[in-house]
Design a protein. Structure first.
Length: 219
């Protein structure tokens, strides 16, 4: 996967080493937030790596990409980006912002459920609330799409996909640093849920997950 990149306040992108180290010139709150991401304890089904973040959304950014893996099969994948603007951002109502994309392939009958978008959005907010996290100024979209194959691809069965794009402002704690590790864990809970895995923690038996799909979503 690509090396991590930090976008500095002078607008110049800085390529980091393969270890994903953040530049020493980055603000202390941002470095602490990235360290918390790296130190998060996640479910064993999650494979996660740093990747190149967007370059113009904020003065500083750090990104991770993850997949839910069952053997050699990817059940769902996603990307989580941490943005930081030390001067604050009116739309964020804070100095940090988390931006995500989660996607998975569904069985067609599940994709036909008219309540699916509302349910998927509630999974995101529910994953945060289950860990005692707030999601300020949350916004996003849930998109479902179906594919039918013809000609040389006619033997492939119809495929249905779900995609969640969202962003929210994590509450800042001591020193102006949000608990990004907990937000990452909640995001991975969502990723596992949309992948169809059972909940990992006690007391989550009421959570309904999607059935497992045929494989990962194509880029």
């Amino acid at each position: 996967m690509a090396a991590a990149q930090v976008q500095r306040s002078d607008g110049a992108g800085e390529m980091e080493s393969s270890e994903g180290k953040v530049a020493d010139s980055a603000p202390l709150p941002f470095r602490a937030a990235v360290d918390a991401l790296r130190g998060a304890r996640l479910r064993p089904e999650i494979e996660i790596d740093p990747t190149r973040p967007p370059q113009r959304l904020a003065p500083h950014a750090y990104a991770l990409e993850a997949a839910v893996v069952d053997g050699e099969e990817d059940l769902a994948d996603g990307r989580l980006v941490l943005l930081h603007d030390p001067a604050g951002h009116d739309a964020w109502q804070g100095t940090f912002r988390l931006v995500t994309l989660v996607r998975a392939e569904l069985e067609p009958e599940m994709a036909a459920d008219p309540l699916l978008p509302e349910v998927c959005w509630s999974w995101l907010t529910g994953a945060l609330h289950a860990r005692g996290l707030s999601a300020g100024e949350a916004s996003g979209t849930v998109t479902r799409a179906g594919s039918h194959y013809f000609g040389g691809l006619a033997e492939r069965p119809p495929a249905s996909q779900i995609e969640i794009r969202a962003s929210w402002t994590p509450r800042e704690g001591s020193g102006g640093v949000p608990d990004t590790g907990a937000h990452l864990a909640a995001w991975c809970d969502l990723l596992c849920q949309i992948a169809g895995l059972p909940p990992a923690g006690p007391g989550d038996g009421s959570v309904v997950s999607l059935p497992q799909r045929r494989g990962p979503l194509s880029p």
